[in-house]
Design a binder for this molecule. Sequence first.
Ligand code: PLP
Length: 372
Amino acid sequence: MSRPLVAKIHLAAMEHNLAVARQRSPRSKLWAIIKADGYGHGLERSMRGFAGADGLSLTDFDDAIRLRELGWQKPVLLLEGVNSAATLRLAAEHRIHTVVHCAEQIEMLEKTHLDTAQGPQMDVYLKINTGLNRLGFLPEHAASAHARLTAVPAVASISLMTHFANSYAYGTTHPGISVSEQVMRFRAIGRQLGGECSLCDSATVLAVPNAYADWIRPGVMLYGATCFPGVAASSLGLLPAMTLESEIIGVQHITAGESVGYGSRFFAENSMVIGVVACGYINGYPRSIRDGAPVLVNGVRTRVVGRVSMDKLTVDLTPVAAARVGSKVTLWGQGLPIEDVASAADTICCELMCGVSNRARAIEEPLPKADD
Ligand SMILES: *Cc1c(COP(=O)(O)O)cnc(C)c1O
């Protein structure tokens, strides 16, 4: 018998969230970001959930090829580009768009012989570093990089992109570089070099209309969550695409003064009922979670008590009178926003979702009807 732990993936929620992103920016084309195994939801499932996207975008080269093998015919974009002549040739062969973010990648394009018998095959995104200071060319080097790419016979098109440092702090006072400043730096280059442009991640799709441009690149919102502090994704019309569910596998009745779990982090003030849940940090549930973090048992909101262990965690069953071995436990998803769990672990929902990838049995499930 397999463990009761399952990650229920709701493709209908993915489709719905994609539509929400489209409504925000109806004139833009949309790259659905499916890096990290579709933020933990599975590559192939994400491909189907986002079948309506204009393109799929990720970082892992093998996954890009896999999308082609699975039959995806629309564009695929490699967010970090390629790192060898061999992968460059394969990318051209499979007509995979690649980001070019450093001089080494330009040199590779210049030196690798790519077949142009059927015309130029490489669609590239020149990545501009407008202040995140991670990947990309500084604004003053953009024009020369662009000129070199233009001279490569295999290059079919050059688009421009950048990525924001503080999009989730939009509208707040923040000491770091603002979205507006990055947009300004990027637009200056866009006017100079031309080509299609792409700026927006989920936060800017949701909050900054003047950054939309030709392509948007939402990720986390498509899975039904956001990283805006204190903002519920449901208030933005998003639906959770993953529900992590398990069961109670043991019950303990303890008296006041007893502690629960490794390190005795939690002490009972009164006699209470403890439920043991089949889910631990090997399954992606954060070990850093605090006592009091929310969890649902039989749909009733209660709390995590005691340290999460490798394959189990413990919850307070005192408020859930009917709970027993076999009772349903929702760790996050339908009925329990993942943001609430993330904040109790001092992390963001992306880290939680991605952490589940292949560490819980995934099943597809339709969304419950509104009146269920
Ligand atoms: C991950 C990523 C995105 C999507 O970010 P979200 O905050 O999940 O919407 C967009 N662009 C790039 C370059 C990324 O790496």
